[in-house]
Design a binder for this molecule. Structure first.
Ligand code: SAJ
Length: 403
C-alpha cells in the first residue's frame, strides 16, 4: 500500500492515477475539510479528465483520511513556498510531513518526496530529521513532479520521469511503482541531481519567456512586430523562442528559478535578470493601458476591463496571476477602478468583478486580454468596436493593440 501525503494539485492526481492502475492507495491530508469533500465524492479543483479519473480510482478502492498510515511506501506532495525576501525554498511543509511519517513508518520504509525543492534541500533539511530521530533506516527518494495544469492527467500518463535515490536498488523499486501508470521513460539518478533537474526545467522556460518579453519591449520601442519576428526566428531549426505575455504566473515557473538565485546569488545572474523581467510585465501592461488611453483620449479608468484572472488559459488557478499583480500595482499607484472578468472564477475575489461576459463587455470600452481562455477566442466578434489590448496576439480584429 502507498500512503500519499498532501492531496493538492499534484498529490490528488497522483494518488488517483496510481489507484486506477491497481496500486492500493490511501491519501492523507491534514485539511479535514478537503478530506471530507473527497470522501463526499467531489474533486477539489477543475482539471481535464480529473473527475473521470476520480471515479475510476473510487471503484478501485482509493481512500482519503487525515491519518498517516503504517505502510512501506510514502509519497510526499506538499507545497514548498519560498521566502520572498531571501528567495530561498522553505521546506517547512515537507519537514513537517516527514516528521509525521516517521511517527508511524516501519523500519526500512521508502519515503518519496515529489514536492519541488532546490538542490541540496533534502540533504540539508530532510536527512537531519531522519538522523535526529535515529531513523536512517528510512530510504529517501526524490521523484519531482512534472505535470502541467490544464493537461495533468495526460501528462501524468505520458511524461518522462526522474527518480533520485541514495540507493540504486531502491530507485529501481520506486521506478517500478511509477511504471504502473507512467508510459514515459523513467530515469534513475541521485537525489541532488533530481532536485536540480526539476528546478532547471522551470528555469529554462522562465529564461526563454523572459527573452520573449524583452524582445517585446525592444520591438515596442522601435515599432517592430515581435510576433512576426519570433515566428520567423522559430523557423530556424535550432531556435525555439516562447511567447511574450502580460507576466508569468503559477506556482512553478514564477517561483522555482528564484531558488537558484536565493542559493547562488553571485552566480545565477541570467536567471535573476530573467525573473525580474518577467515580474515586471504586469507593470509594463499597466503602462501600455495608460499610453493607449492617452492616445485614444480616454480618461475614465472605470471603462477599462481586464479579461482573465487566472495565471493561464482554461484553468481556475489564480496563484501568482499576472492580473492580480497588475491590480496590486494599480493599487500601489493609488488608483482604482479597473473592471475584471474571468469565466473560470465564480467567487468574488477582487473589486469591480463581473461574472458574465456580455455584462462585462457592456460596462467597458477598452478590453485588455490578460488570459487567452478559449471563451474569448470563441467570442472574438463581441470585441468589435472596442479598444483592445491583446497581450497574447490571439484577437484577429483590425486596430488591436499589442504589448
Ligand atoms: N507563459 C508565457 N509565455 C509562454 C508560455 C507561458 O508568458 O510562451 C506564461 C503563462 O501564461 C503562465 C506561466 O508562463 O503565466 C507559466 O505557465 P506554463 O503553462 O508555462 O507552466 P506551468 O507553471 O503551468 O507548469 C510548469 C511546467 N514546467 C515546464 O513546462 C518546464 C510543468 O511541466 C511543471 O510540472 C510545473 O511548471 C511545475 O509544477 O513545476
Amino acid at each position: 500500500m502507498v500512503n500519499v501525503i498532501g492531496l493538492g494539485y499534484i498529490g490528488l492526481p497522483t494518488a488517483l492515477m496510481m489507484a486506477s492502475h491497481g496500486v492500493e492507495i490511501i491519501g492523507t491530508d491534514y485539511n479535514a475539510e478537503l478530506v471530507a469533500t473527497l470522501n463526499a465524492g467531489k474533486t477539489t479543483f477543475k482539471e481535464d479528465g480529473l473527475d473521470e479519473l476520480f471515479q475510476d480510482a473510487l471503484k478501485a478502492g482509493v481512500k482519503f483520511t487525515t491519518k498517516y498510515q503504517v505502510t512501506d511506501t510514502y509519497i510526499v506532495s506538499v507545497p514548498t513556498p519560498y521566502d520572498k525576501f531571501s528567495k530561498k525554498v522553505d521546506a517547512v511543509y515537507v519537514v513537517a510531513a516527514v516528521k509525521d511519517v516517521l511517527k508511524v513508518a516501519p523500519k526500512g520504509a521508502t519515503l518519496v518526496i515529489e514536492s519541488t525543492v532546490s538542490p541540496g534541500t533534502i540533504e540539508k533539511s530532510v536527512r537531519p530529521v531522519l538522523e535526529a530521530e535515529d531513523r536512517t533506516d528510512i530510504n529517501l527518494v526524490h521523484a519531482p513532479e512534472r505535470i502541467i495544469p490544464g493537461n495533468m492527467v495526460y501528462e501524468l500518463l505520458h511524461n518522462n520521469r526522474t527518480i533520485g535515490a541514495d540507493d540504486k536498488a531502491i530507485g529501481e523499486k520506486v521506478k517500478e511503482l511509477y511504471a504502473s501508470f507512467c508510459q514515459g521513460e523513467i530515469v534513475v539518478t541521485d537525489i541532488k541531481t533530481a532536485e536540480m533537474t526539476k528546478v532547471v526545467e522551470n528555469t529554462f522556460r522562465a529564461v526563454n519567456i523572459a527573452l520573449a518579453n524583452e524582445l517585446a519591449k525592444i520591438c515596442r520601442h522601435d515599432n517592430m512586430d515581435v510576433y512576426e519576428i519570433i515566428k520567423i526566428c522559430n523557423m530556424h531549426p535550432r531556435v525555439n523562442i516562447l511567447q511574450p505575455g502580460p507576466g508569468v504566473g503559477g506556482h512553478c515557473i514564477s517561483v522555482d528559478p528564484w531558488f537558484l538565485v536565493g542559493d547562488y546569488p553571485s552566480l545565477a545572474k541570467v536567471i535573476d535578470e530573467s525573473m525580474k523581467t518577467n515580474d515586471g510585465m504586469p507593470d509594463f501592461v499597466l503602462n501600455r493601458i495608460y499610453e493607449i488611453m492617452k492616445e485614444k483620449g480616454m480618461t475614465d479608468i472605470t471603462r477599462v476591463g481586464l479579461y482573465g484572472l487566472t495565471y493561464k488559459e482554461n484553468v481556475d488557478d489564480m496563484r501568482e496571476s499576472p492580473t492580480l499583480q497588475l491590480l496590486e500595482s494599480q493599487e500601489r499607484h493609488l488608483a482604482t477602478g479597473l473592471k475584471v472578468y474571468d469565466p473560470f472564477i465564480s467567487k468574488n475575489v477582487v473589486a469591480n468583478q463581473y461574472h458574465d461576459l456580455d455584462e462585462f463587455l457592456a460596462a467597458v470600452d477598452f478590453v485588455v486580454v490578460m488570459v487567452k481562455h478559449n471563451e474569448i477566442k470563441e467570442n472574438m466578434e463581441k470585441l468589435a468596436g472596442k479598444v483592445v489590448l491583446d497581450c497574447h496576439n490571439i484577437i484577429n480584429l483590425p486596430g488591436v493593440y499589442h504589448i
